[in-house]
Design a protein around this ligand. Structure first.
Ligand code: MG
Length: 254
């Protein structure tokens, strides 16, 4: 890739690392519920003590009881006491991974980005900023989302965290920082944008990046409170186009 020379508005923040799910599109509203039900159905087939036909009911119960940010696979196993018995733990972990995989491969169907996502990405590119997409999940699934949302062309680089079972975003953020460094972008010229305080926000802040947290109306992590100072983002935005204001402030700080 040729070196992008930032000018004018791009003087302060030269690159953005953007999360995908619930940051650039309403994943919670358009896909999460479907995935959670599919995961529980699959887990029922493999030993979770519920009827497959009760998956939707069980999903609603777990979300109501433990909050919408709940990790449905882990919580279902906990709720039904499957982690209690030490002998059964290995089996429970197997069922968790089966559910986790099902969740991450549920049929996507028709999806669309937030109304202001594409205009915002376009403008960021026009201002000469480097855009990197960082997303966790199964590669095929995430690629399919990116294609359906029609946003691939706006990114200089797409990084998929495909660690099985649990995400490891800090490792990937570190690598992206290195990659940007080779392009003349310093850490303090990078803004990371995501919706999850205990994942990309914490990872980015610990590595010295500026962070903005996306809090959209019913995002599943919108109500999560930061558990330590690293999870507290520098900025909070309610829609992705609010980034213009954030960038204005950061650009004018220098
Ligand atoms: Mg997200």
């Amino acid at each position: 890739m040729e070196k992008k020379k930032a000018k004018g508005k791009g003087e302060g923040i030269k690159a953005l690392i953007l999360d995908l799910d619930d940051t650039l599109w309403d994943t919670t509203g358009q896909l999460v519920k479907k995935g959670q039900i599919a995961a529980l159905e699959e887990m029922a087939k493999h030993g979770l003590p519920i009827k497959k036909s009760d998956a939707a009911k069980t999903r609603d119960m777990l979300v109501k009881r433990y909050g919408q940010h709940v990790n449905i696979t882990t919580k279902a196993l906990e709720h039904f006491g499957m982690y209690k018995d030490k002998k059964n733990r290995k089996n429970a972990e197997k069922i968790r991974l089966i559910g986790h995989h099902r969740y991450h491969t549920v049929r996507i169907g028709k999806i669309r980005p937030f109304k202001d996502t594409v205009p915002t990405l376009k403008k960021l590119k026009k201002d000469g900023r480097i855009l990197v997409l960082l997303s966790y999940g199964v590669a095929r699934q995430q690629n399919s989302k990116i294609r359906k949302l029609g946003i691939r062309r706006y990114f200089d680089r797409i990084v998929l965290d495909t660690t099985i079972g649990r995400s490891n975003k800090p490792m990937h953020i570190k690598e992206i920082i290195r990659w940007l460094g080779k392009r003349g972008v310093r850490k303090d010229e990078i803004l990371l944008v995501g919706d999850r305080p205990n994942s990309e926000i914490e990872g980015g802040k610990r590595l010295g990046l500026k962070t903005a947290r996306m809090i959209h109306a019913h995002g599943r992590y919108s109500r999560l409170k930061p558990q330590n100072r690293w999870q507290k983002a520098d900025f909070r935005i309610r829609r992705i186009s609010n980034l213009y204001g954030v960038l204005d402030r950061l650009d004018n700080q220098r």
